[in-house]
Design a binder for this molecule. Sequence first.
Ligand code: A3P
Length: 322
Amino acid sequence: AATGLVPFKDLAGAVPVGLPTNDDDPKRMHVLCYQGTWVLAPHLPGIVSIQRSFVSRHGDVVLTSPPKCGTTWLKALAFATMARGTYPPARADEHPLVRLNPHDCVPFMEMLFADGEGMGKMDALPSPRLMATHMHHSILPASIKDSADRKIIYICREPKDMVVSTWHFARRAYPDLPFSDLFEAFCDGTSATGPVWDHVLGYWNASKESPEKVLFLRYEEMLRDPAANVRRLARFVGQSLSPAEEEAGVAMDIVRLCSIENLRNLDINKATASSSSSRPFPNDSYFRKGEAGDWVNHMTPDMARRLDAVMEEKLRGSGLSF
Ligand code: A3P
């Protein structure tokens, strides 16, 4: 960590050298092993900067997830739920989610902090602030982890579906990425933000220890009953739906507004370019099938058994299973 006075701009980019890396594989996304977690190279300066400079605030809500587990959906749902006073979800035509991609409603901390100016931008946001990160629980700044009134909402997903979703997404940038290479990276823990078992276990254990601080959501449960999960989310952030809102069907309004059918048909989300210079992937790449179980179309039964066995072994004794 930095000690003494350092130029503000240097807080980002002052990353450790000599980290283990997969740099020799041009087909794969470039990852580095930082504090026991495999981070995407473009995210590392932001992570270092977050750890050094992020100061949380009363009421902050941090959305956390491994990539391709429903982050976009969670951003939309949390934003729509927490902003419902200002932007009623029933008036869907006027809602910000109709003109903005969910990633433009909730900042991604790793990229926001990449240029050393993230804290200034975060300071400018009014409370309550909503933000997102793919960081493991173990490397979150103490400012988020240690205060009871900073809330964390985590979402994870069945790991085989996560591999499939990651492959489709990554191929937008790495068209030659063999599915088997990505699969191997998941199994050996070196996939982006891996090891995936450590990612889920960190938040799982934190949610068991402090359920009022960490809400642990699963993509498949959200698909099964999205309205119940909107209510959970609202209660968790201290904004339970009132009897009048229940009567008016607000939970279902939020679910409809944030459904993949609705979002992916909006012009902003059909765009084959990115609406942000800090996000290299096009807007339409965040919306694909939005279903559970697509792994059967991509994995052999042997591959499925192997990843299941890895996860089972790593999660044994935790009370968590997929
Ligand atoms: P698939 O590739 O399996 O379709 P992330 O947002 O973390 O990048 O995750 C992307 C996955 O979430 C993709 O899964 C995508 O289709 C799905 N998704 C995006 N928006 C969604 C929504 N509103 N409802 C359900 N799933 C959604």
